[in-house]
Design a protein around this ligand. Structure first.
Ligand code: GLN
Length: 311
């Protein structure tokens, strides 16, 4: 299949709709000032083929896409013990919702809502302490994504500072979990990790490559004979993306697109066609559920044009 032509066609089809609908995330100035009229798309296949179109080289704030990488790191480090603190059920609520946590004694529904990702960050901080405090969870996260991209990836310091300055809900979520004894570390240390992971800057080409292990049973995107996650772990990450990766839109996304997807409020979405390819799309204007409006349209077009789906 000529993937390059497919991606270019998608960008050409959607370009007239850029800026027409949706709203860029406005909770921090660094995201509120992003030009909504941008659309990038890139893919990385199991054989290492890459294709990209539109604004695929423009870096953006990956936000909740980082939850895929922190989950990967926590699965590598903790194995099944991770699931003692975090569930695997779709929440049916917004990504930053507080309501379920009280009923469920501070155990987050899944690792892709904010509460779940904060619990994952707590596990990563504990892992570093277990090593005698050598390094930091933040450095471990950057090391993983940089190794998956084959180039250095950085935090956007301005975004990280704004996340911390305005993160009232995330601070509430972390304190709530702490009150139930579900966080082992200081709330400040855990949130510092979480706020920084949200502030990682990457472009679509880097994301498609970095998440490339998800389409090929966990094999490293370009290092021969190196495994990021094993086959079972990879299947599980994809299952969680399909059921929980787009918050309370997960049912609609499965219905309309039929691929495991993870979204972020920076406007990025990563989607996986198991045994074939990983896609990354980006367009900053969001719908009411916090998912990229044209990003989802781009994925719908990709599925329609290629016939690729898990169903
Ligand atoms: N930084 C955002 C938050 O913590 C990330 C949410 C998202 O991308 N859905 O609320």
């Amino acid at each position: 299949m000529n993937y390059q032509a497919v991606l270019e066609d998608i960008v050409t089809t959607l370009r007239p709709f850029l800026g027409a609908d949706g709203k860029v995330a406005s909770y921090i100035p660094a995201l509120a000032c992003i030009d909504p009229k941008q659309l990038g798309i890139a893919l990385h296949t199991c054989n290492g083929e890459e294709a990209a179109a539109g604004d695929s080289a423009t870096p953006f704030s990956i936000q909740s896409l980082s939850k895929v990488f922190t989950l990967t790191l926590a699965m590598q480090r903790l194995g099944d013990a991770l699931w003692e603190r975090i569930g695997r059920e779709p929440s049916g609520s917004a990504f930053n919702s507080l309501v379920q946590l009280e009923n469920e004694q501070g155990k987050p529904r899944n690792p892709f809502i904010n509460a779940g990702a904060i619990a994952v960050a707590d596990r990563l901080v504990s892992h570093v302490q277990g090593k005698g405090n050598r390094g930091s969870a933040k450095a471990d996260i950057l090391a993983l994504v940089s190794s998956l991209c084959g180039e250095p990836i950085e935090f956007d310091a301005e975004v990280a500072a704004s996340e911390a300055a305005t993160g009232y809900r995330n601070i509430a979520l972390a304190n709530f979990m702490k009150s139930f004894g579900k966080l082992d570390n200081d709330v400040e240390a855990v949130l510092d990790t979480y706020f920084h992971q949200c502030a990682i800057r990457m472009n679509c080409q880097q994301l498609a490559r970095a998440a490339g292990f998800l389409c090929c049973d966990g094999a490293h995107p370009f290092e021969q004979d190196s495994e990021v996650t094993n086959e079972r772990q990879t299947r599980r990450i994809n299952a969680l993306m399909l059921t929980c990766g787009t918050y309370d839109a997960a049912g609609d996304v499965a219905f309309n697109i039929g691929l495991p997807c993870k979204s972020g409020v920076g406007g990025g979405i990563v989607a996986v066609v198991p045994d074939r390819l990983t896609l990354a799309v980006w367009s900053p204007a969001l719908d009411a559920t916090g998912n990229s409006l044209l990003g989802m349209k781009a994925l719908e077009l990709f599925v329609a044009k290629t016939g690729l789906s898990v169903f």
